[in-house]
Design a protein around this ligand. Structure first.
Ligand SMILES: Cc1cc2nc3c(=O)[nH]c(=O)nc-3n(C[C@H](O)[C@H](O)[C@H](O)COP(=O)(O)O)c2cc1C
Length: 362
């Protein structure tokens, strides 16, 4: 019996298997409004058999976008544009999820295939990046962020709350907070990016404050029956990163504040990624440790490309869900192909009947 193809129930939501389409920015929106590209990109992956399809890092405010092409949920028109995409995902058997985000000091950048660097400040497309401290990321993102005041921090938290409400109005049933990859929330937690001396900087408790308060505020408006997931960058694998033990402490605090599942990822608070132990499914043992020590449900991604690898992660209990990005780009029908490779009975049933009916006859 494949564990990868076993159901997973969390709060009021049932996933038909353990495969999740990891959030992937498409840099293809205008004014934050998703369009036909997002419908086909996300819809194709729902058809392909993933149990949960999480839409890309979607900005809670215009200045929270990574690039001018990022999606948003800072106005009702954006929520209305998401609604038919959500409907399509649901109709074809997947749970629709979305990640809400603020890009912080990594904001105001060109699309990856157009340079992946900060747009020069004088350019009409540029805006001012924001951060906990006036410390630049460096390398391709050299702009020094504006140091947020307390009032500005509170306003951004209310933007997260408003975006969560709009996600609900659009029909999403799974919400992920983007507290990873060097974006705003992650940079508050990271001693690399956060040099504040007020109640938002310094000690573990202070560096956690922005993340905990944001989670609490969002949980208050996100219905109990729908899962709230947090993607946390648990380590930067550099000597000045927060230690993994601190991240485990933070995950425990998230759980206490109503997080339902942790999505274990990387920090990316520094361009120096030479210490990251890249390799097949390299984050799985770290996720397993967090899952065990914090006693939480966990999802994990990074270099999971093979059916058996995904099966083993779930069967060994290293994580409850696998998050796939590159493999899903390579093969939107990966869940169907994995079901076949793992000897699941009637693997065609991973697909909607429009396809399954014909494939069963061959
Ligand atoms: C095109 C692309 C866009 C991505 N955008 C996001 C994003 O919006 N939010 C996020 O948390 N991670 C994002 N990521 C990271 C993936 O979600 C994933 O964690 C990472 O690629 C590792 O998984 P993989 O080895 O299966 O690709 C993106 C990755 C890719 C390839």
């Amino acid at each position: 019996m494949s564990q990868l193809f076993s159901e997973f129930h969390l709060k009021g939501v049932s996933l038909k298997n353990r495969i999740v389409v990891s959030p992937m920015c498409q840099y293809s929106a205008d004014d934050g409004v998703p369009n036909e590209w997002h419908m086909v990109h996300l819809g194709a992956r729902a058809i392909g058999g993933a149990a949960l399809v999480i839409a890309e890092a979607t900005a809670v405010s215009p200045e929270g976008r990574i690039t001018p092409g990022c999606t948003g949920l800072w106005n009702d028109g954006q929520a209305e544009a998401w609604a038919p995409i959500v409907r399509f995902i649901k109709t074809h058997g997947a749970v629709p999820g979305i990640q809400i985000a603020h890009a912080g000091r990594k904001a105001s950048a060109n699309r990856p295939w157009e340079g992946d660097d900060h747009i020069p400040p004088g350019d009409p497309r540029a805006w001012d990046p924001l951060g906990p401290s006036p410390v630049a990321f460096g390398a391709n993102l050299p702009r020094v962020p504006h140091e947020l005041s307390k009032d500005e921090i509170i306003r951004i938290q209310s933007d997260f709350v408003a975006a969560a409400k709009r996600a609900l109005a659009a029909g999403f049933e799974w919400l992920e907070l983007h507290f990873a990859h060097g974006y705003l929330a992650q940079s508050f937690f990271s001693p690399i990016a956060n040099k504040r001396t007020d109640e938002y900087g310094g000690s573990f408790e202070n560096r956690s404050r922005f993340l905990i308060d944001t989670l609490k505020a969002v949980r208050a408006v996100w219905p109990e029956q729908y899962p709230l997931m947090v993607r946390l960058g648990v380590n930067d694998f550099t000597k000045d990163s927060q230690p993994l033990e601190e991240s485990i402490q933070l995950v425990k605090a998230f759980k206490y504040q109503g997080m339902d599942i942790i999505d274990v990822s990387l920090g990316f608070n520094t361009p120096d990624i030479s210490g990251v132990p890249w390799g097949p499914a390299f984050m799985a043992p770290i996720a397993a440790r967090i899952k065990e020590e914090a006693a939480v449900f966990a999802a994990v991604g990074w270099f999971i490309n093979e059916p058996q690898q995904a099966e083993d992660i779930i069967a060994k209990g290293q994580a409850n869900l696998v998050m796939l990005a590159h493999k899903e780009l390579d093969d939107p029908h990966f869940p169907y192909h994995a079901a076949r490779a793992l000897g699941v009975a009637d693997p065609q049933n991973v697909l909607p009947p429009q396809y399954a009916h014909w494939l069963k006859r061959r």
